[in-house]
Structures are given as structure tokens and as C-alpha cells.
Design a protein around this ligand. Structure first.
Ligand code: XMP
Length: 517
């Protein structure tokens, strides 16, 4: 792999993704990893990422000069560029000239290997206080900027290079090309990380792990569990059983999407558990959001556990050894949980369904090395329909947390009808890719007066909550076109009898969360 050393800024994962866009496998490693640990991974190249520190700050992470003795190509970015210059005998100084944001880069001479054929002047994204003022011996300076006398350098013979700017961000329009040139031209790595190679490699791994055993996978209707299941199905066929729990809190058409479209695309063996009544009675009379979440989570695990037990018993009858549980854990979760590669920011993650306690399963996590965009590409490669691969996020507790007040079968019907109109119209207007998701929320305990035809109505409002986001941690409300809003509003108030008012949520996150509960 190409190892991206994380110096603590937000950029390491982004760099790792960019490396993969250049069709080379990459992993993120913490800056605390020793040179021996890094070399044990047999890296094709090492990239030193940007970081928040000044190289002069007390306790600033440094680079062990031994790294440069190993014959491995190294690329430094921003902080990593300065640390590299320092470790190899160049000079880094606090010149007092800071650059932050869009900056013009001036390519020196022919631009060397990194900037060859790029425009002589082009914009890049900078974020630095200190500057490299003298490149180490053996290096050629290939670009400068107003605040950075040495903005890029390279030593092609030793396969070392670096840039002061951030090539990984979209604000550096030629950045991907520069990164690609380092990887392909300077480091000489052959691009082999393609979607079909990912599928082939994962199928081999799953076969090796599961042997002649059997596995179970809980499908949520979401992208990750669908792609994980499709990969495992490709690897072990009918020895995989998928379980889909219908808790009655699904949107219109979602059960059919799993039972019909997913099965048609993969040929997977599917067991649907109809637990609608069980969830309805567990939720009766409950209005507190946290209480709802707890009940839904608890019931889900119980139903899944029972289904898993049944599947296990059935496998036993056929003489199969059973014991694998498939989960759609993604690489960012692995990095952020400090597992495997490790990173500064530690967060615990749980997946829908949880782990049944007294059933002993070994986890199969075929997406553990993949970023979300790679998961989608793998899904398409495996023949999954666009409707599944590009599905917007939908919370595990489903419509249960979009009814403000008690959840009842009638209220679910109302919300499902309004939600499917909103989704239809957003799709028809071509807006699906512009929004992260658009919850529709039923204010079930609120009523307002309206007039329809000749009569007075006393109905419920629904709220549209369209949001734009990169990762759901922060979000902004989406400025939907008025004509799309108008069609949604007119259709909902005409077609859903109990709803006589449609309102728009114009709150960002923070302070508002995306969901209302
Ligand atoms: P909030 O409401 O916290 O939502 O801004 C952030 C993102 O997470 C989704 N969400 C959930 N997903 N189980 C899930 O699997 C949950 O309990 C849950 N609650 C919120 C939400 O739809 C949004 O994408």
C-alpha cells in the first residue's frame, strides 16, 4: 500500500482517497507509528500529510530521518513537506508571511516531474505559517509562491518530492494531477486498484475466511449492508442467508426494493421477518424520542437474534458449520475507531442490529478497507440497481422518529403517503444528487385550521427538511427551487387528506439536528 501518515489534521483520509482515485491502494497510519512498523507494511510509497502544528511548536510530531534511508519514495504535503525539509537538512523558518486559502503558484522553469505541462501560474490551496526557505541538498525547487520561497521540491533520483500546498483539496484544481505524477512517474507505482480488482480480491478473502462455513447478514435497505451482502453472496453463494426485518417503520416501497430488486440483482437467499405488530405494540403510548429509539433498537436486536437462531438451526440440519456475521463496516469507521490503522480522533461506532450476545459469530467485514464512493462503485460492478447504490441515508429507527408524538399505524400511513410524494417530486425535478436527504416529518400532535373546497379542515402539518451535507456531522438547509416546493406542497395537501399544511425547515446543523427526534 501507499501509507498516508496522519499528522492530526483532517486531511489524511482525503489524501488516502485521492491516492485510490489514482488507482493505488492506500492506508492511513498514525504519526506515532515507528519506521519499523511502517516498513513492515512494505509500503510502495509514504505520504506525509498536513497537520495543525508549527514544526517549532513544543511536542510537534517529527519525522524520523531513518524513514529516508529505507529506499521508499516519500511525498510531503504542507506540514509533512516542512518536516521532510527539516529532517533532510533544509531550512524551515517563521518568515512572518502566512498564506491561507487560494494562492497563485508560480512554476519554476520546466516544472520538474511534478509540475511539468501544467500552466506556469495556477491556483493552489495554501494553509501555512512557517515556510521552507532552503531545500535540502540534492533537491530541485520546482515552484514558488509569494509567501513560500520553496513551494515545491523534488529529488527524482531518490524518489522524494513535496509541496507546500494541499494538492488533495478541490481548491487546488491541478492537485490530483500532481499527486498522480508523484505516484506514477516519480514513485513508479503501477495503478492496479480498480473496482474489478477490489471485487476479485474481496471475494478471495471472504472465501479464505469463511471456508465451507455459512454466514448471515442483516439487510437494512441501505447501501453498505446491501453491497456487503452482494460481495459475500458472490463469494459463498447460498451459504449466505440475508435477514430483513420489517419493523413497520419503513418508507413506501422499501420492503419491495429489498425483496424484489435486491434479490433479482444478486440471487441472494432472503428471509423477511414481518415484525410490524410487535413494534407497534412496543411503541404504543410512547412519545419521548429517546424512549422510542431505545425500544426500536431493543426490539430489532431481539427479532434479529431469533431470526439468526432459526437460520443457524436450519444450517445445522444441512450439516453446515455456521458462525459468520456479515457487517458493512467502512474504512472511515475503522480509522476513526482507532482500529487497524489508528488515528487521533477516536469515536466508537455501532452498527444496526448489534451483535447477538449468546450466538457466537465471527465477523466478516468485506468493506473494511473501502471508502463510501468505492462501496458504491463495487455495488454497481456487482449489478445492484442505482436505486440501492445511490440511496440517500435513512435512519435505523425509520419513520418512528419522524412522527412527533405517538407512533400509530394510521399516522405511519399518513407520513408514508406524504414522504413518497416528496421523494417522487424531488426525483422528477432531478434534485436527488443535490440533497443529502430530505426527511418529511409529521407533527402528529399539532393541528391547524385550513379550508378545502367549501369546508373547514382541522388537519396536521408536515415539515420538509431538505439538507445538504458532506458527512451528516454538519449540514445546511437546501435552497430547493420554489416550483419544486410548490409541487410538493400542492400534491401533499391535495392527496393526503389528513394533511392541510406543508412547512419548510430552514435550520442548519448545528443548531438543529437533521432528524427532528
Ligand atoms: P442527526 O439527526 O443526528 O442525523 O443530525 C445525522 C444522520 O444520521 C441519521 N440518523 C440515524 N441513522 N440510526 C441510524 O442508522 C439512528 O438512530 C439515526 N439517527 C439519525 C440521520 O438520518 C442523518 O443522516
Amino acid at each position: 500500500p501507499v501509507l498516508v501518515i496522519d499528522f492530526g489534521a483532517q486531511y489524511a483520509q482525503l489524501i488516502a482517497r485521492r491516492v485510490r482515485e489514482a488507482q493505488i491502494y492506500s492506508e492511513v497510519m498514525p504519526h506515532t507509528a515507528s519506521v519499523a512498523e511502517l516498513l513492515a507494511k512494505d509500503p510502495a510509497a509514504i505520504i506525509l500529510s498536513g497537520g495543525p502544528s508549527s514544526v517549532y511548536a513544543d511536542g510537534a510530531p517529527s519525522v524520523d530521518p531513518a524513514l529516508f534511508e529505507a529506499g521508499v519514495p516519500v511525498f510531503g504535503i504542507c506540514y509533512g513537506f516542512q518536516a521532510m525539509a527539516g529532517a533532510l537538512g533544509g531550512s524551515v523558518e517563521q518568515t512572518g508571511t502566512r498564506e491561507f486559502g487560494r494562492t497563485e503558484l508560480a512554476v519554476t522553469g520546466a516544472g520538474g516531474s511534478l509540475h511539468e505541462e501544467l500552466p506556469g501560474r495556477h491556483p493552489v490551496w495554501m494553509s501555512h505559517g512557517d515556510s521552507v526557505t532552503k531545500a535540502p541538498d540534492g533537491f530541485t525547487v520546482t515552484a514558488t509562491s509569494e509567501g513560500a520561497p520553496v513551494a515545491a521540491f523534488e529529488d527524482v533520483a531518490r524518489r522524494f518530492a513535496g509541496v507546500q500546498y494541499h494538492p488533495e483539496v478541490a481548491h487546488s484544481p491541478h492537485g490530483q494531477e500532481v499527486l498522480r505524477r508523484f505516484l506514477h512517474e516519480i514513485a513508479g507505482i503501477r495503478p492496479q486498484w480498480t473496482t474489478s480488482s477490489i471485487v476479485g480480491e474481496q471475494v478471495e478473502r471472504i472465501r479464505a475466511q469463511v471456508g465451507d462455513g455459512s454466514a448471515i447478514c442483516g439487510l437494512s435497505g441501505g447501501v453498505d449492508s446491501a453491497v456487503a451482502a452482494a460481495l459475500v453472496q458472490r463469494a459463498i453463494g447460498d451459504r449466505l442467508t440475508c435477514v430483513f426485518v420489517d419493523h413497520g417503520l419503513l418508507r413506501a416501497g422499501e420492503r419491495a426494493q429489498v425483496e424484489r430488486d435486491f434479490v433479482a440483482a444478486t440471487g441472494v437467499k432472503l428471509v423477511t421477518v414481518d415484525a410490524r405488530e410487535r413494534f407497534m405494540s412496543a411503541l404504543a403510548g410512547v412519545t419521548d424520542p429517546e424512549q422510542k429509539r431505545k425500544i426500536i433498537g431493543r426490539e430489532f436486536i431481539r427479532v434479529f437474534e431469533q431470526a439468526a437462531q432459526d437460520v443457524q438451526d436450519a444450517a445445522g440440519e444441512h450439516g453446515e458449520t455456521f458462525g459468520f456475521l456479515v457487517q458493512g463496516t467502512l474504512y472511515p469507521d475503522v480509522v476513526e475507531s482507532g482500529g487497524g490503522a489508528g488515528a487521533a480522533n477516536i469515536k466508537s461506532h455501532h452498527n444496526v442490529g448489534g451483535l447477538p450476545e449468546d450466538l457466537e459469530f465471527e465477523l466478516v467485514e468485506p468493506l473494511r478497507a473501502l471508502f463510501k464512493d468505492e462501496v458504491r462503485r463495487v455495488g454497481l460492478e456487482l449489478g445492484l440497481p442505482e436505486t440501492i447504490v445511490h440511496r440517500q441515508p435513512f435512519p435505523g429507527p425509520g419513520l418512528g422518529i419522524r412522527i412527533i408524538g405517538e407512533v400509530t399505524a394510521e399516522r405511519l400511513e399518513i407520513l408514508r403517503a406524504a414522504d413518497s410524494i416528496a421523494r417522487e417530486e424531488l426525483t422528477a425535478a432531478g434534485l436527488d444528487r443535490d440533497i443529502w436527504q430530505c426527511p418529511v416529518v409529521l407533527l402528529a400532535d399539532v393541528r391547524s385550521v385550513g379550508v378545502q373546497g367549501d369546508g373547514r379542515t382541522y388537519g396536521h402539518p408536515v415539515v420538509l427538511r431538505p439538507v445538504s451535507s458532506e458527512d451528516a456531522m454538519t449540514a445546511d438547509w437546501t435552497r430547493l427551487p420554489y416550483d419544486a416546493l410548490e409541487r410538493i406542497s400542492t400534491r401533499i395537501t391535495n392527496e393526503v387528506a389528513e394533511v392541510n399544511r406543508v412547512v419548510l425547515d430552514v435550520t442548519s446543523k448545528p443548531p438543529g439536528t437533521i432528524e427532528w427526534e
